[in-house]
Ligand binder design. Structure first.
Ligand SMILES: Nc1ncnc2c1ncn2[C@@H]1O[C@H](COP(=O)(O)OP(=O)(O)OP(=O)(O)O)[C@@H](O)[C@H]1O
Length: 294
């Protein structure tokens, strides 16, 4: 099953929050969604499920346009625990509520997921700590048995063990290819190990899509020191400077080809060393220019 978003545009007040957003995502895939604060990640999720009506554009699941075939939305879930009703409801009531919206909802699985974490049906959502609230949201997502699951900041404020539980649940769920996750997160380290592909949201649109494995094959993060104090032109021409400390330059070269390597070697570096390339480096490189402009 595949979700396709095309030309999605959403203006809120005077602000064009989303502009011509295009991407696809399918079951079996874990896709990360990253962007700076206010980039529009939550708005994108809300627009995908029609909580916000798009001004333009389409969202389709397989070949079914969600506006023309609204029941196809039951293949897609976005739980927004900031909705006011959440806090006052018991976990039992939340289960019943989601079972109304999602006919596939499995009450037995919901109860068992809660019990695994010592959560009791009579407890009110609003009385739980942040980590346990996150586990309830995950239990609702999984019990809904919906193929395409949107997670908005699922790791925010969670301790290591609860984070690991959520990561494990996501990995287990995609293993048989029946489910897919789109995860918006600022936890780049967590997404790095988890996402197959990462969408970068910038100025309201998907500015870049990165398959982490592919980028690690074709790009290189290098630490460089040159005899002269000045940064050689080749570094600026082929690379994106991530950091300069004294004479030590850290830069990202994407792609890192034989020609780029030759151009750098021609500058007779005193040090040229490959460093592990992380999602944080790609994030820094993608948004560096915005930071300088702020
Ligand atoms: N209901 C709303 N009313 C007014 N402005 C809104 C509303 N929803 C979103 N926005 C604006 O849209 C922009 C994008 O917000 P959004 O919450 O989607 O960003 P985000 O990428 O999820 O941010 P963060 O990482 O900080 O959570 C912001 O400028 C925000 O103020």
């Amino acid at each position: 099953m595949k979700l396709t978003a095309q030309h999605l545009t959403k203006t809120i007040g005077e602000k064009k929050v989303l502009s011509q957003v295009e991407f696809s995502w399918q079951t079996g895939e874990i896709v990360g969604l990253v962007g700076r604060n206010g980039a529009g990640k939550t708005t994108l999720m809300r627009t995908l499920v029609d909580q916000y009506h798009a001004d333009h554009g389409q969202v389709a699941i397989d070949d079914q346009d969600l506006t023309a075939v609204p029941e196809a939305r039951q293949q897609l879930i976005y739980i927004d625990p900031t909705e006011v009703f959440f806090a006052r409801l018991t976990l039992a009531k939340l289960g019943r509520l989601y079972a109304l919206g999602y006919p596939t909802f499995d009450q037995a699985r919901y109860r068992s997921l809660l019990a695994d974490n010592d959560l009791v049906l009579a407890q009110r959502y609003g009385e739980l700590s942040k980590g346990y609230q996150a586990l309830v949201v995950m239990a609702l997502n999984l019990a809904s048995a919906v193929p395409l699951i949107l997670l908005d900041e699922p790791f925010d404020g969670l301790d290591l063990f609860i984070r690991e539980m959520i990561v494990k649940a996501v990995i287990d769920e995609v293993a048989d290819g029946q489910r897919g996750f789109l995860i918006a997160s600022h936890d780049l380290a967590e997404l790095d190990g988890l996402a197959d592909r990462v969408l970068f949201l910038k100025r309201g649109t998907i500015s870049k899509t990165v398959t982490l494995e592919a980028v690690r094959d074709e790009a290189a993060k290098l630490q460089l020191v040159f005899p002269a104090m000045q940064i050689p032109a080749a570094v600026r021409q082929y690379g994106q400077i991530l950091n300069v400390q004294g004479r030590v330059i850290t830069a990202l070269f994407s792609p890192y080809t034989a020609a780029v390597e030759a151009a750098l070697t021609a500058e007779q570096p005193v040090l040229i060393e490959k460093l592990p390339l992380s999602l944080s480096d790609l994030f820094r490189s993608e948004y560096a220019e915005e930071v300088h402009h702020d």
